[in-house]
Design a protein around this ligand. Structure first.
Ligand SMILES: Nc1ncnc2c1ncn2[C@@H]1O[C@H](COP(=O)(O)OP(=O)(O)OP(=O)(O)O)[C@@H](O)[C@H]1O
Ligand SMILES: [Mg+2]
Length: 355
């Protein structure tokens, strides 16, 4: 996907041999944007052949993204991240991450004399070890890298840096960040592990409980959620075409979809409470009026009004809205920062968990 309109201006202003990249390395999707107008979303998976026949069929040692996903029946699909982070003790994960990162950077076709500089998004409360590992993997293939928190990057992209609160609902984690006009530190960020994948598991369990004969898995549950996920009042009846004992059947899953999506909300409200209470009292009212929801989970119907209603009783005036472009919000913020701050200063941004 190319979107030269957005970024071509930047490339002429910037040094011609600097390739700036905003890189959202997500549990389920990786999204990149560059100062040369490249804009792409890739599934965060790498597929490896299972045996010699697979090697022959693939014609390559591994495939990345959609190419791997399409051939999932005869490759081992591996995701590099678990709950948004690289598991440092799993050597295989590191290798998978290396393959994905190097493939994505290569696909940007850097020129031989290019300096490749990347801002990477990671979960808000990722440990320093996990961020260092991520940075090391990038350093093998790029010239400059800085790993920063995903919700901070969303806020940067929207210029929402003072008295704002961002909630990024991903597959592995929900990341919350309070923006107070400075780089957010430990106390301004919360990561909750009950996110999109958790909803999928809950939905699978709820449907199986009500319809014991149905053949369910988390992929099916995710597809239903992505099609019709909602919280609060059901916008319409949701009918799922499933299979029971091999036969096609249509089931009403309206109530289960709402219930599963709502199971994610208490963790989010707790995170908001924690962040609001960590702010100076004079700033809290303004922050409550500036809550932004991002990430794939922001597409759940009614999520902004539901979160707002859950907070209003306690706090009074609250305003919650969803980003207009959940797919690109992190990468867009990362590229904006990369463009506005010359790479030589990136090191000074420091490691956000140190503040
Ligand atoms: N229309 C939709 N309704 C509900 N959920 C959706 C919808 N579209 C995507 N999602 C969910 O959003 C999640 C993916 O969001 P996103 O791409 O922001 O995550 P990620 O960046 O890969 O993960 P993380 O940030 O946790 O590492 C998945 O759980 C997906 O099922
Ligand atoms: Mg994400």
């Amino acid at each position: 996907m190319n979107d030269t309109d957005n970024t071509s201006k930047i490339s002429t202003e910037d040094s011609d041999n600097t390739l700036l990249v905003g890189f959202d390395f997500g549990t389920s999707w990786t999204v990149v944007m560059t100062n040369r107008g490249h804009k792409e979303r890739i599934r965060s998976v790498v597929g490896y052949p299972r045996d010699m026949i697979g090697v022959k069929l693939l014609g390559a040692p591994y495939l990345v993204g959609d190419d791997a996903f399409k051939k999932r029946s005869f490759v081992d699909l591996r995701a590099p991240l678990k709950d948004g982070v690289i598991r440092e003790y799993v050597e295989r994960d590191l290798e998978v991450a290396r393959h994905l990162v190097s493939h994505v950077i290569e696909s940007l076709s850097p020129r031989p004399d290019d300096e490749v500089c990347v801002i990477v998004g990671s979960p808000a409360r990722a440990t320093n070890t996990s961020k260092d590992l991520l940075a090391q993997i990038f350093q093998e293939v790029v010239d400059e890298v800085q790993v920063l928190s995903e919700p901070f990057l969303v806020a940067y992209g929207y210029d929402n840096l003072v008295n704002n609160l961002v909630i990024d609902i991903g597959a592995g984690t929900v990341d919350l960040c309070a923006l107070k006009g400075a780089m957010p530190g430990q106390h301004s960020q919360v990561t909750v592990n009950k996110a999109g994948n958790f909803v999928d598991e809950q939905l699978e369990a709820l449907i199986t409980e009500v319809y014991p004969d149905v053949q369910m898995n988390t992929h099916v549950a995710r597809a239903i959620k992505e099609q019709s996920g909602y919280v609060g009042d059901a916008p319409a009846q949701i009918t799922a075409d499933l299979r029971a004992n091999g036969r096609p059947v249509s089931y009403d899953v309206t109530q289960m979809v709402g219930q599963a999506c709502e199971m994610m909300i208490p963790g989010i409200i707790e995170g908001i409470d924690q962040l609001i209470q960590s702010c100076p009292p004079e700033d809290q009212a303004e922050m409550l009026l500036n809550i932004l929801v991002a990430g794939g989970g922001s597409r759940i119907i009614g999520i902004d009004t539901y979160i707002q209603a859950a907070l209003v009783d306690y706090y009074g005036d609250v305003n919650v809205k969803c980003v207009d472009d959940p797919v690109f919000a992190v990468a867009k913020g990362a590229l904006k920062l990369a463009t506005e701050l010359p790479p030589r200063y990136w090191e000074k941004l420091g490691n956000v968990t140190d503040y």
